[in-house]
Write a protein that binds this ligand. Structure first.
Ligand SMILES: [Zn+2]
Length: 212
């Protein structure tokens, strides 16, 4: 059993186990990660993501992504460039931001895997319900930091874990493609380690800032 934390490489301790799910918690960054033997292969992962619903005309979906859109509009003028990282099979968030007059680019490791978009830099990156799917969060956050221009922001949405949540009853762990779960301390660790200047946590909305 490999129990090294995929974010900081420290040895994790068994955190939760039932017949379907095994998670370890890292004592250093407080990340909670699925046992590597339970990670889906690419085909199963793709299959899983095809069930993720995203419809431009679905008001429920709009409500789901609207905190991200609001955050972008708060900080960035029209015409700025944005990357929708992990956009899924139907890049709805990117389309909504295009309608708000941002210059959007999409990337998805499974569905829109175009390496050239990772060679440019962007004013902001949106990452909606993506970071919990990171098999290698250390690689991903390093890349995301590098993809940002000075004064850029990485705007993410995920469901954080805290000890008020009963993990064994928690829906979020049941999705087999959810492999890395964050606590507030994990976000602070990420901010410090990857040298973001700030992290703001507002419920499920997380904004990392990179200053000049
Ligand atoms: Zn760790």
């Amino acid at each position: 059993m490999i129990t090294n934390c995929p974010l900081c490489d420290k040895h994790g301790n068994l955190f939760f186990q039932d017949d379907k799910h095994t998670f370890h918690e890292c004592p250093n960054c407080k990340g909670i990660f699925r046992d590597r033997e339970q990670l889906l292969n690419l085909n199963a992962e793709r299959e899983r993501y095809l069930h993720h619903k995203s419809d431009i005309n679905d008001s429920g979906y709009y409500k789901f992504v609207s905190p991200i859109i609001k955050e972008v509009k708060n900080y960035f003028p029209k015409g700025n460039t944005g990357l929708d990282y992990g956009c899924g099979h139907t890049p709805v968030l990117s389309e909504l931001l295009t309608r708000e007059h941002y210059e959007m680019t999409v990337y998805d490791a499974v569905f829109f895997n175009e390496a050239s978009v990772l060679k440019k830099k962007y004013d902001f990156i949106v990452c909606c319900e993506v970071m919990e799917h990171f098999y290698d969060p250390s690689f991903e956050f390093k890349l995301l930091y590098e993809l940002l221009l000075a004064n850029g922001k990485l705007i993410c949405k995920t469901h954080l874990y805290d000890n008020k949540i009963l993990f064994d009853k928690w829906y979020y762990k049941n999705d087999p493609s959810h492999v890395f779960i964050y606590q507030a301390e994990t976000l602070i660790w990420i901010k410090n380690h990857f040298q973001f200047n700030d992290v703001k946590i507002d419920g499920r909305l997380i904004t990392f800032s990179k200053y000049a």
